[in-house]
Design a protein around this ligand. Sequence first.
Ligand SMILES: CC1=C(CCC(=O)O)c2cc3nc(cc4[nH]c(cc5[nH]c(cc1n2)c(C)c5CCC(=O)O)c(CCC(=O)O)c4C)C(CCC(=O)O)=C3C
Ligand SMILES: [Fe+2]
Length: 427
Amino acid sequence: MTDLAAAPGTGPGATGSVTATTAGTASGPGVPGYDAVLLAGFGGPEGPDDVMPFLRNVTRGRGIPEERLIEVSHHYQALGGVSPINAQSRALREALEAELRGRGIDVPVLWGNRNWAPFVGDTITQAHRDGLVRLLGVATSAYSSYSSCRQYREDFGMALERTGLVGSVRVDKVRPYFDQPGFLAPFVDGTVEALREASEKGLAATDLEVVFTTHSVPNTMGDSSGSATLDDHGNGGAYVTQHLAVAREVMAQAEKALGAAVPTWQLGYQSRSGPPSMPWLEPDINDIIDDLAAAGRRGVIVVPIGFVSDHVEVIWDLDNEALETAEKHELFFRRVRTPGTDPRFVADLADLVVRRLSGTTVGYGAGVDASAVDLPARPDFCAPGCCRNSRGAKPTTAAVDSAADWAGLEVTGSALVASGIPGTLPA
Ligand SMILES: CC1=C(CCC(=O)O)c2cc3nc(cc4[nH]c(cc5[nH]c(cc1n2)c(C)c5CCC(=O)O)c(CCC(=O)O)c4C)C(CCC(=O)O)=C3C
Ligand SMILES: [Fe+2]
C-alpha cells in the first residue's frame, strides 16, 4: 500500500511509475489497452425495504438532516420503493456494449454502483476472477465536481483497497463528457420540441423562459470543483461554468434549429438536501417558477442538463414538484427528456472509450480532445486535488494526486492509492 509520504510529488504531465506495489510492466500513458469497460452508476433501491438503507448509504457521514431522509424516502415509496435508475443503467450498459461490438470492439461492459448492488467492489472482484484486470470507468455523470466526478474515482480507489486488489486491478476513468455533441443533442431536440408546442399554444418567446436545471451542491463543493491547475476554482467552479456553457450551446443550437427567436434562459438548481444553515447553489427551480409567474411569464421549459437519465431526481422533483408549482400559477410547463440511451449519446460515450482504448487521450492540460461547447475539453487523468473534498483524502484512481497538493488537509485511512497513475499498468 502506498502511503502519503510515498505518494508522488508530481505536477502536470507526470508519467512516472510511482509505486512499488503495482504489479506488471510499467508502460507509458500512450499505450493503455483495457480488458473491460466499467459503467459506474449511482445505484438506487429495488424495493420498499431497500429505501432507508439506500438513503443511509448515500448520506453516510455527510450531515444530511434525518427529516430530509424521511421526506425523500416518501418520494421513493410513492414510486413503489423502486428507483428507475438501475434499469436505466442496465439499458445504458447494454447499449454501450452493443455500440462497441458494432464497431468490432469486443470488450465487455461491466456495471457497478456507489450506493446499491451491484456495488463497484463486487463488480471489480468478479472482474478480477474473470481475468479482467485493466478496467476503464465511465460514470453516469457528465460534469466536474466532487459528487459527479471525484467521488466516482474514490469509489474505484476504495473498492480496490477494500478488496485487496490494489496493484492487481487498475481502474481508470474517462473524463467528464458534458461537452460532447451526443450529450447535448437530446436536450436540444427536446427544447426545440417544447418551444414548438408552446408556439402552437399561442405563446411567444417573450411569454416563456427556458430554465436549465442541475443538482444543487454545497457552495463549497461548487467552488472547489475542477482543478486549481486548470484555473477552475471559485464562483461555483468548473461545475457551474460547465453547466452555463452547456446551456448557452443548447440555446444556440435550438435557435438555429427553430430559425426563430428563442426565450431568455437561466440556470437553476434542484434537489437540495443539506441543512438550511449550509449554503447550497441557488436559486431553486420552484422559486424561479414563482418569480417568473410574478413577472408575468406564461410558461416555463425545464431542461435537466445535470442528469443523464430520467431518475428520481428528475421524475419526482421536476415532473411532480416543479410541475405543481407551475400549475399553481397556471403556467405552460414542459420538462425536456434526458439523454438516456439516445444513440447519439451512446455513440459519443463509445468514442471516448475508443480513444482511450487506442491511447490517444491520456494526460491533462493538453487539449486532448474535442469539445462542442465554448470550453476546453477535460483531461482523462484528473489534475492533482481535482474536485477535492475538504473532508480529507480518500483513495482515488485516474489522477495524479500529489502529496504537496494535499498539504494542510486531514488525511484519513491509508491515504492515496496510486493505481490510476499513468505508467503503472498491470501486465
Ligand atoms: C451532483 C449530484 C448529482 C449528479 C451527478 C451524478 O449523477 O452522480 C447527483 C445525482 C443523484 N442523486 C441521487 C439521489 C440522492 N442524492 C442525495 C444527496 C446528494 N446529492 C448530491 C449531489 C448530486 N447528486 C449531494 C451533494 C448530496 C448530499 C449528500 C452528499 O454530499 O453526497 C440523496 C440523499 C437524500 C436527499 O436527496 O437529500 C439522494 C437520495 C440520484 C439517484 C436518483 C434515483 O434513485 O433515481 C442521483 C443520480
Ligand atoms: Fe444526489
